[in-house]
Design a protein around this ligand. Structure first.
Ligand code: GLP
Length: 233
């Protein structure tokens, strides 16, 4: 893993946006995108740049199940607001949270992933070591699937909802095998509340108990860390 230490999330955004620029320079066509607070500074930097994605494809990691793309807390809405409204892609795929049938939605998304191999996948890190919505214990062989969110993830995401009871209990997520299929992975983590997960991801055994530890087995990973998230290394 290529670990890059930065002063703060702003500098992390500049470093991350440069990874996007390098990918564009190398003819990358398909970008795997993520939500959460972590990638926001990367998207902010991209929005202010002259990068152009209008003939590119984006595929998002995950989406809550049971809410529509117009819901303010949906990941589709997040992507519109933070990136797509200013930097549109030719096509942007996000799982359809309103499809009640997990098998059909997962199958549909896996076909998209097969059709468009990702050149770059951006990732955030859950405090329990999750990537996408792949909670601890998820098989490393998993493809797109329906997920029951853990209490800790519901808790961590409750800050975005007016009431914790409004946080969806389920989601659709690319699986771990799907994530590992990207040619290059860009992971960022900031703050001391991620320090234990960062240590387990980088120095711990590769185990399904820590989904992000699988990244040790990928040959092209960039990890952006600040002092807080790197404090246990
Ligand atoms: C959510 C998302 C993940 C994200 C994680 C961390 O659970 N499904 O993709 O990486 O939260 O979020 P944050 O970047 O806000 O810390």
């Amino acid at each position: 893993m290529n670990i890059i230490r930065v002063k703060d999330q702003i500098e992390g955004g500049q470093v991350g946006a440069q990874v996007f620029q390098d990918a564009l320079n190398n003819q990358a066509h398909v970008f795997g995108l993520a939500t959460g607070s972590t990638p926001i500074s990367i998207y902010d930097t991209i929005v202010k740049s002259d990068m152009d994605f209008s003939d590119k494809i984006s595929i998002n990691l995950d989406e809550y199940k049971g809410i529509s793309g117009e819901h303010e807390q949906s990941y589709r809405y997040f992507m519109q607001k933070h990136l797509f409204d200013v930097k549109p892609f030719a096509t942007s795929y996000v799982p359809n949270g309103l499809n009640p049938d997990g098998m059909s939605e997962s199958g549909r998304y896996d076909k998209i992933l097969e059709q468009y191999p990702r050149d770059l996948q951006i990732l955030g890190l859950g405090q329990n070591g999750h990537i996408g919505f792949n909670e601890p214990g998820t098989s490393f062989q998993s493809t797109t699937h329906e997920v029951d969110l853990t209490e800790s993830t519901i808790e961590a995401n409750a800050r975005f909802f007016s009431d914790k009871n409004d946080v969806p209990r389920q989601a659709y997520s690319m699986g771990i095998k799907s994530i590992m299929g990207a040619k290059q992975i860009l992971m960022a983590a900031y703050g001391e509340n991620k320090a234990a997960a960062v240590k387990a991801m980088i120095e711990g055994p590769v185990t399904e108990d820590v989904p992000a530890s699988i990244l040790q087995k990928h040959d092209n990973v960039i990890v952006i860390l600040d002092a807080g998230s790197a404090s246990q290394l």
